[in-house]
Write a new protein. Structure first.
Length: 126
C-alpha cells in the first residue's frame, strides 16, 4: 500500500476500502462508530405518557407494548461501547409490564362503564 492508502486501525494497517467494507457492509463491531441502545429507546417510549400525563396517559396503551417489543427483539443486542449492567433492561420490563397491565385495566373499566350505562338506559322487556 502506498502512504495515501495506508491507515492504522487498532494496530493493523488497512486501506480505506477495507475499513469501509468492514464498517458499512459487514458491520463488524470494532468498526462501528455508533450504536442504538434499545433499552434507552424502550424507556423513552415508556416515559412519554408519564411526562405528558394529561391527556396522554392513554398513550401507555400503545407505548407499553411497543417498549416490550423493543425489549424482547433487541434483548441480546449490544448495550453500547461501555459495558453496562442490566438495570435499564429490568427497569424497562417492570415499567412496560405496569403500563400494559394498567392499560388493560383501564380498558376493562371503560368497557364495564359503557356496558353498565347501556344496561341501565335500555327499557325493560316486561
Amino acid at each position: 500500500m502506498c502512504g495515501n492508502c495506508d491507515t492504522e486501525w487498532d494496530g493493523r494497517h488497512l486501506c480505506l476500502t477495507c475499513i469501509y467494507d468492514r464498517r458499512e457492509v459487514k458491520r463488524e463491531s470494532e468498526f462501528v462508530s455508533r450504536r442504538t441502545i434499545y433499552d434507552n429507546v424502550a424507556l423513552g417510549l415508556l416515559a412519554i405518557p408519564f411526562v405528558f400525563f394529561y391527556p396522554f396517559i392513554f398513550l401507555a396503551i400503545f407505548t407499553g407494548p411497543m417498549a416490550m417489543y423493543y425489549l424482547v427483539r433487541y434483548r441480546k443486542a449490544s448495550r453500547g461501547f461501555v459495558p453496562r449492567g442490566p438495570f435499564r433492561l429490568v427497569l424497562g420490563w417492570i415499567v412496560a409490564g405496569v403500563c400494559v397491565l394498567g392499560s388493560l385495566g383501564l380498558i376493562g373499566v371503560i368497557a364495564f362503564t359503557i356496558l353498565e350505562n347501556l344496561t341501565t338506559t335500555m327499557p325493560n322487556a316486561e
